[in-house]
Design a protein around this ligand. Sequence first.
Ligand code: ATP
Ligand code: MG
Length: 554
Amino acid sequence: MNQPDSSPSNFVRDIILNDLQTNKYQGRVHTRFPPEPNGYLHIGHAKSICLNFGLAAEFGGKTNLRFDDTNPEKEEQEYVDSIIDNVRWLGFQWQEPIHYASDYFGQLYEWALKMIRENKAFVCDLTADEVRQYRGTLTEGGKESPYRNRTVEENLDLFERMKNGEFPDGSRTLRAKIDMASKNLNMRDPVMYRILNAEHHRTGNKWCIYPMYDYAHGQSDSIEGITHSICTLEFEDHRPLYDWYVEQLGIYHPQQIEFDRLNLTYTMLSKRKLLQLVKDGHVRGWDDPRMPTLSGIRRRGYTPEALRNFCKAIGVSKTNGTIELGLLEHHVRDDLNKRAPRLMAVLRPLRVVIDNYPEGESELMEAVNNPEDASAGTRKVPFSRVLYIEQDDFKEDPPKQFFRLSPGKEVRLRWGYFITCTSVVKDEKGEIVEIHCTYDPATRGGNAPDGRKVKATIHWVSAAHAIDGEVRLYETLFNCESPNDLADLNPRSLEVLTECKLEPALGSSEAQFRCQFERLGYFCADNDTAPGKPVFNRIVGLRDAWAKIEKKTK
Ligand code: ATP
Ligand code: MG
C-alpha cells in the first residue's frame, strides 16, 4: 500500500476506509473512470479522474478506464483517442486493458433475455412521445403501457426480431417492468433497449439495438468487479434503478457513491455545449487554449501538477457549488512560480536609442533564470545601443503615480543599466516612434555605486538580437460568472500580438516550453510554434487576487 495521503480526508475516502476496516470487499479497492466518448474531457472530468485514480492509488487498488459507448450516434474514435491521451497527460495509469461498455453488448443482451423470460421486461410499441406522456410527472403517477402484459413468448419473439433488424428505428423498445406509480421517475418501466440502425465506432453494424446508458452502466461496473462506483450527484436518482437491475440479475453488486460536480465561474462545463462552440466556430477547436477542455488548458500551458493540486484543494462534497476560476489560476501560478524560468519579452515594442552607448557594440549581461530556484542558474542576455521596451512603460506626460520611464526620469533596465530619457521622436501623425536615452555605465548589473535609487525596473530586449514572435493573450471565454449560452461569449477573449520581440534564448523554444516573461505573466510555446517562429500563449498573468483573499481571511 502507498503511503497514506496527507491531504484532508473526504466522505468518499471515509467510506472506503470504513469498507477496508470491515473487509467489505476483501480489502479490494477498485474504481473506474467511465467517460462517454461523445466529446473531449473538460476540467470537471479532471476532478473525477483525480478522485477515482487518487483513491485507488492511495489504498493500493486499481482503476479502470471504461468508455461508456452505448450511443453510437454521438460517439467517435477521435474522442476515445483524446480521452486516453488526456488521462495519461494528467499523470494516471489505468489497469490494462481499456474497457468498453460495447464489449458487454453480448452479455447485456443475454441478461435482457433472462429478464424477459422472468417476465421482468417487455417489448413496448409506444412511440417515444407516447412513452413520455405515459410516464407521468414528479407529482403524478404514470400510466401502464398497453403492451405491458404481452406474453413471455411474444416478448422473446419481438425482441429477437428487433435485434434482427426487422423494425424501423424508434418503432419499439424493450422496457423493464418495474412500477409506473413509483415516486422515482427512473423506476417507471424504464427503456432498456432502443432500435437504432447506426454504425458503432467499435461494433460497426453488428447491432441495430443498443442498450440505454442506465441499463448498461451498473452491469458494466458489476462485470468489472468495481467496488466503489463514484459518480456525480445527478445519478443519485438513478441508483435505485442500477440496484434493481443487478439484484434482478443476481450479479455482483458494486456500491455507488455520488459527489458534487465541479462548476467554475466564467466557464461552461458540458460536452454538448462545448461541442457547439467548436461546431459553430467560436473557438479554433476542442484544444483552443480558451477552452476548459483538458486538451485546451494543456495547450494553453497549464500543468498536470497544477490541476491535481487544484482538485485536491477543492475536495468533494454532497452539495453542488461553484468554484472561483481564480483558485484554479492560483494553483497554476503556484506551480509555475517554482519551476518556470524567467525570460524577457516585449509584447508591444517601443524603440529606445541609447545615445551614449557605442554604435555597433554589444555586451552580455548576466541574468538569473529563476530567483525561486538557485539550481536554474544564470544566462547571458545581449545588450546594445538600440533596445525595445514596452510601450506601456513610457509616458510623455506621466500622471503623478507613474514611476516608469518619462522625459527626464531615470529607471533601471532589468539585469542592465540605469537609463534616463532625454527626448522623444514622433511621426507626422504625432505618434511616438522612438525615444532617446542616456545610460550610466557605472550602474552595470542594476545598482548605482553612489547608492541613488530608481523607482522602477523595466524589461527590455536588444533590437539587433531580438527574435520576432507572436503572442496570444487570453481573457475568459465568457464575460459573466455563470454563463448560460453563446450570448455570454466574451468578444475580447483572444488578442493576437504579432510584432513581439523576444530575447534570443526564446528563439529555440519548442512547443509546450513554459516560462515567465518578466512582469507579464507565465507563457507557453503554442503548438503552432515552428523553428525560428515562436508563438506563445499567455497561460496566466502574474497578479494573484486569490492569494491576497486567502491571506486576508487567514
Ligand atoms: P458532460 O455533461 O460535460 O457531458 P458527463 O457527465 O455527461 O459530462 P461523462 O463522460 O458521462 O460526462 O463523465 C464521465 C465521468 O466524469 C462521470 O463519472 C461524471 O460523473 C464525471 N464528470 C463529468 N462532469 C463532471 C464535473 N463537472 N465534475 C465532476 N465530475 C464530472
Ligand atoms: Mg453524459
